[in-house]
Write a protein that binds this ligand. Structure first.
Ligand code: C5P
Length: 231
């Protein structure tokens, strides 16, 4: 189990590009996240390979389907030995309960829910018939996830403070959208620095491009780890 709160998003087009980075870090320095692109290209074999190397792997496939299908997908992911996996809270309470029941062993992976994607605007929500603000939806879906026994949610670090105080310190908050003041502007809008994210209550920081696209990814990772260790 890694000591770092950092989950590096392996958003690479293929395994060899991902392994160029993985081969330069180690499980003490970070955890790793595999999302839809890399999983669709490289599949469960890559997940198993990283697990065997000792990495805590977050399989970010955001399951959203009928309860039976999601439960079986969660079990299949757990059988790969992943450390964390996720479902969409919008799949509803029955779906989340089925996922929880499928991962009820003590050594099951952490099960978390995506609330509202950080890329969704209020107009996007209205377009699909949701007449609440993103903040209201995040709080509502996070509560639903906690009530179904999930371990936590993915959220913006800007929401972390409110969620920690309303849902309790044990409810795990995983936050993407992490940027240092020196990072280039990109598509992430609601950004928070690593130190501020942890101060707000974030338990794990998902960081992609600021590390993967850095001139020296290992140095960047070491710098962020050391900033966090001083908190
Ligand atoms: O490169 P960057 O640091 O923006 O990467 C963030 C990662 O977190 C990406 O893999 C993205 O898919 C993921 N993510 C996100 N916002 C969410 C959920 C996941 O940015 N709400």
């Amino acid at each position: 189990m890694s000591a770092s709160r950092i989950i590096v998003a392996l958003d690479f087009a293929d395994e060899s590009s991902a392994m160029e980075l993985v081969d330069r870090v180690n499980p003490e320095l970070c955890r790793l996240k595999i999302g839809k692109e890399l999983f669709t290209r490289s599949g469960p074999e890559l997940v198993r390979k990283l697990v065997v190397q000792g990495y805590d792997v977050f399989l970010d496939l955001k399951y959203h389907d009928i309860p039976n299908t999601v439960a079986k997908a969660c079990k299949a992911a757990a059988d790969l030995g992943v450390w964390m996996l996720n479902v969409h809270a919008l799949g509803g309470p029955a779906m989340m309960a089925a996922a929880r029941a499928a991962l009820s062993d003590n050594d099951s992976p952490m099960l978390i829910a995506v609330t509202v994607l950080t890329s969704s605007s209020e107009e996007d929500l209205q377009a699909v018939g949701i007449d609440h603000s993103a903040q209201q939806m995040v709080e509502r879906l996070a509560l639903l996830a906690r009530d179904q026994g999930l371990d936590g949610v993915v959220c913006s670090a800007q929401e972390a403070g409110v969620l920690k105080s309303s849902l309790g310190s044990d409810f795990v908050l995983v936050t993407p959208g992490i940027r240092l003041p020196t990072d280039h502007a990109d598509d992430q809008k609601r950004i928070v620095s690593p130190v501020d994210a942890v101060k707000q209550g974030s338990d794990y920081l998902v960081i992609g491009r600021p590390i993967t696209q850095a001139d020296d990814p290992v140095q960047k990772l070491l710098t962020i780890n050391s900033e966090l260790s001083r908190l």
